[in-house]
Design a protein around this ligand. Structure first.
Ligand SMILES: *Cc1c(COP(=O)(O)O)cnc(C)c1O
Length: 394
């Protein structure tokens, strides 16, 4: 074993430790719930993306078990060879209907949906105009496409238009791409204005709705529905891993674009499709969004209650407009200490610092779900107040 060849990796990790950036994985012992056991401690969980509480929904569990009994535990192949099952086709049809689009294709994750799609539809002679805070999976897709990448300042439509003007006369295709809800700040993209720019400057408009699906719009139909922009966004990406409660990602677009992705999106071609249980779970989740609209309503009721509580206490919650609510701290070391002490006191809210967010903008990030009880949220606010005062954040 030539361990010496890998010493540099251990050295890098040691450096992270020295800088206080080493992250120990917290271990969830049991189900992903609002009150959950991590590292041997029962805590109020403000760190999951389980917006609607679907990870443990009885109907979804039952459908997953039924699918295992009927179809086994794995699909056994990639979609393009022998791994397309009836359930996969049913799920794509269901998603397309739900999102009111011509077609949908399911990927193994939201990450591969973004990276695989951007890489497939855009090439070296083209341009990508991208919000500077877009998700890593979009950034990787952009890099893999070898297109020229032009970033515009976060949510700055004037800045975006400047970039588009600078590309006037260029031959390549233009892809304008943004997150729908930004994952660290919980703010919403200015989609109506961006769509207008895309139309005016002849861009393909693409949105990553990972944190908006199941959260924004009628029954959680996403940002396009929230802003009533149906038919004006060319490509919508969503995830099945957050509000939908299982795992996966999807792309919604025209029939032609979906068929193209069937032939050219590399994760679709070269990585095995979902086990039937995952596809069945997701199908049941989309049915549930229409059957139980009170879930999304409860999510927003809890969100409003918790946000109001945080601001009444005097915390700075930044630009958040969604259930993702940062509590701004500034200093990264302090944010991590805040998170650690909250955990000891019974609240799990992840500390986030540079390089995930800009220097000086460290925070803890809280996400409430539809399944938190009022008592749990009240208790969480009390603990946040006590620890916040102790650390002079309040
Ligand atoms: C979480 C996330 C993804 C990735 O989705 P997964 O299904 O977890 O791979 C993509 N984009 C954004 C904005 C996200 O927050």
């Amino acid at each position: 074993m030539a361990k010496i060849q890998l010493q540099y990796l251990s050295d890098e990790v040691a450096k992270l430790r020295e800088q206080g950036l080493y992250q120990k994985l917290r271990i969830l012992e049991g189900e992903q719930r609002p009150l959950a056991r991590f590292d041997g401690r029962e805590v109020i969980n403000l760190s999951s993306n389980n917006y609607l509480g679907l990870t443990t929904h009885p109907k979804l569990k039952r459908r997953a078990l039924e699918a295992i009994e009927r179809f086994g535990v794995g699909s056994g192949a990639v979609r393009t060879i022998a791994g397309t099952m009836t359930l996969h086709m049913e799920l794509e049809k269901k998603i397309a209907e739900f999102k009111q689009v011509e077609g949908a294709v399911v990927f193994q994750s939201g990450f591969t949906a973004n990276a695989g799609t951007v890489q497939a539809i855009i090439g070296p002679d083209d341009f990508i105009i991208s919000d500077e805070l877009n998700h890593a999976s979009i950034i990787d897709g952009c890099r893999l496409s070898k297109a020229q990448i032009r970033r515009f300042p976060h949510k700055d439509c004037g800045g975006c238009e400047k970039v588009l003007q600078s590309l006037t006369g260029q031959k390549g295709r233009k892809l304008l791409i943004t997150d729908g809800v930004f994952s660290m700040d919980g703010d919403i993209a200015p989609l109506p204005q961006l769509v207008e720019l895309a139309e005016r400057y002849g861009c393909i408009m693409m949105i990553d709705d990972a944190h908006a699906s199941g959260v924004l719009g009628r029954n959680g139909r996403g940002t396009v529905d929230h802003f009533s922009l149906h038919g004006r966004v060319d490509i919508q990406v969503g995830t099945l891993s957050k509000a939908i409660g299982a795992l996966g990602g999807y792309v919604c677009s025209t029939h032609g674009a979906i068929e193209f992705l069937y032939h050219r999106a590399r994760p679709f071609l070269f990585s095995t499709s979902h086990p039937p249980s995952v596809a069945a779970t997701c199908l049941a989740a989309f049915e549930l969004l229409d059957e139980e609209p009170q879930l999304v309503a409860k999510l927003w009721e809890n969100t409003r209650f918790f946000k109001r509580g945080l601001s009444n206490l005097g915390f700075d919650t930044g630009a958040s407009e969604t259930p993702i609510t940062p509590v701004m701290v500034g200093d990264a070391a302090l944010a991590h200490q805040f998170s650690r002490e909250l955990f000891e006191a019974g609240v799990f809210a992840q500390g986030i610092g540079y390089p995930t967010v800009p220097q000086g903008k460290a925070r803890i990030r809280t996400i409430v779900t539809a399944s938190h009880t009022r008592e749990e949220l009240e208790r969480a606010l009390e603990i946040l107040e006590t620890v916040g005062k102790k650390l002079h954040i309040l």
